[in-house]
Design a protein around this ligand. Structure first.
Ligand code: SF4
Length: 485
């Protein structure tokens, strides 16, 4: 494969369209550092909005209203004003969701602003892969993807096309895209990979290979370098993600949201319910600081999204002592440093807009079974510090962990009712790695408790209402919302 010089990296629909894909930006930077030419094509940014725009009118009042407003709504969601008016924001997202619901009606697939499922392929096994690859036109994004890649392929003529699949919801459209490329642009080598590939069964990966499609279940950088016969790089090098091909105005955000990470993997890495098992490799704080400065001047961000699984403590210390060129948000662990109000206030003063915190449960036996490594006795103090400092709290709780009793569950509910957070995500435990199906296997009793007891509590109901329904943390970080009192 010597001589391959042009690489196209495609991010397929369908995931939240609020910021560019970090993985593609890092991959582009790494490959460019070896002298090859790379382009990024983020199809996700416009695919679902493009479908929504083509919705058909119908007499049902909700559909008709969505039809009347959809063009305007899509522009509003790409401009700053709507994020300062939450009621109008909710109406706009509601019209967009209504448009997607109407184009999904009567078909086997369902698209919402943040999700995509197809009842024809509930399990991602070899039969599914074969069927979608061979009949890519079955995918609702087929026509949009065909047109877009045709425009790029013609001028750029890549030797290799990489398709990144980070979320379950991108897998079927990603396969359809591979099918289109194989059919119409056979000159280009095709590789699929990304975080979701870690969750696929080995026979699926083998089948892709026999179908002539490379599969990179781990980091893309070493895989692509080897496939392209480029000089290898064993060591992880932290590049500035390269977003030069990105048109930030196409995202549903008030301005450029620039994703960046200070590490690979998770510095804790022990939680038993978590699928993150990659080795932890941190960037050094000075290198990270300089990266934020460069990204700040290159893209003029509205916000940095620190995508670390958990921001390491030394990076938090950096951010408590220095103000980056734009505000930021990201995940942290409930560690002892956050019990220090001065530390938390300095984070806020230096631009910390929102912290995502995995509380999971307040039950100590459950936290210990999870190997979460945090002490729920610290929770009240930390949450209180964040509230006093004006940092938004996006909390995650997990119900149904093995061994959880009614009392554990109720204690978590009571804690949240007594310590209201700003935004909340409550999920039901599933064994890690088993999210290869398109539908949830279901836990009827737990679901009943969640709807009849948890979400019926007046405080939880308020928090759930103000949590952006489809765009979750991506919009929680940019909306100007008042705290639940
Ligand atoms: S802290 Fe978060 S990312 Fe790290 S192991 Fe636990 S759940 Fe996973």
């Amino acid at each position: 494969m010597t001589g391959m010089k042009r690489i196209l990296l495609i991010y397929p629909p369908h995931a939240r369209n609020t910021e560019p894909p970090l993985g593609s930006g890092l991959l582009a930077a790494d490959l460019k550092s070896t002298g090859v030419s790379v382009r990024i094509l983020d199809l996700n940014a416009e695919a679902a909005p493009g479908l929504a725009l083509n919705m058909k009118d119908n007499p049902q009042p909700r559909v008709h209203r969505a039809f009347l407003h959809i063009g305007n709504v899509l522009e509003q969601l790409r401009s700053p004003a709507i994020y300062a008016q939450t009621a109008r924001y909710r109406t706009a997202v509601g019209h967009y969701a209504g448009a997607l619901r109407s184009i999904s009606a009567g078909s086997p697939w369902t698209i919402t602003p943040g999700d995509f499922t197809d009842t024809r392929w509930p399990v991602f096994n070899s039969d599914t892969v074969r069927a979608v690859l061979n009949e890519p036109e079955q995918c609702p994004f087929h026509d949009f993807m065909t047109e877009k890649i045709y425009q790029v392929m013609d001028g750029f003529n890549p030797d290799l096309t990489g398709i990144s699949v980070i979320y379950r919801t991108q897998f079927l459209p990603g396969l359809s895209l591979a099918g289109i490329l194989r059919e119409r642009h056979s000159r280009s080598d095709i590789v699929m990979g990304g975080g979701f590939f870690k969750c696929l069964y080995p026979d699926v990966l083998r089948l892709l290979k026999t179908e002539g499609i490379g599969a990179a279940p781990d980091r893309g950088e070493p895989y692509l370098r080897e496939r392209l016969s480029l000089p290898g790089s064993e060591k992880v090098v932290f590049h500035d993600p390269d977003y030069t091909d990105i048109d930030f105005s196409r995202y549903f955000a008030p301005g450029p949201v620039v994703p960046v990470t200070s590490a690979l993997g998770c510095y804790w890495g022990k939680c038993r319910f978590c699928a993150e098992k990659a080795a932890f490799v941190p960037d050094d704080p000075d290198g990270f600081k300089n990266r934020l400065i460069r990204l700040g001047s290159a893209y003029g961000p509205e916000l940095f999204h620190l995508t670390d699984n958990a921001i390491p403590v030394n990076i938090l210390k950096l951010l408590a002592s220095w103000m980056p060129p734009a505000p930021w948000y990201g995940f942290v662990r409930m560690t002892v440093e956050l019990t220090d109000f001065n530390f938390v206030r300095r984070l806020a003063d230096n631009g910390c807009r929102m912290l995502q915190v995995g509380l999971e449960s307040v039950s100590k036996p459950i936290l210990s079974r999870m190997e979460k490594g945090v002490d729920s006795d610290l929770y009240p103090k930390i949450l209180d510090n964040l509230i006093r400092a004006g940092i938004r709290i996006y909390a995650y709780v997990l119900f149904g962990y093995p061994g959880e009793t009614d009392a554990d569950r109720t204690a978590t509910l009571k804690f949240l009712a007594d310590h209201p957070v700003d935004f909340l995500n409550a999920s039901i435990f599933r064994f890690p790695g088993r999210f290869v199906t398109a539908s949830d296997p279901g836990r009827p009793e737990l679901r009943k408790w969640l709807s009849e007891t948890f979400y019926s509590h007046p405080v939880i109901r308020k928090i759930a209402f103000r949590t952006p329904r489809y765009y979750k943390s991506s919009h929680a970080a940019v909306l100007r919302e008042r705290r639940v009192s």
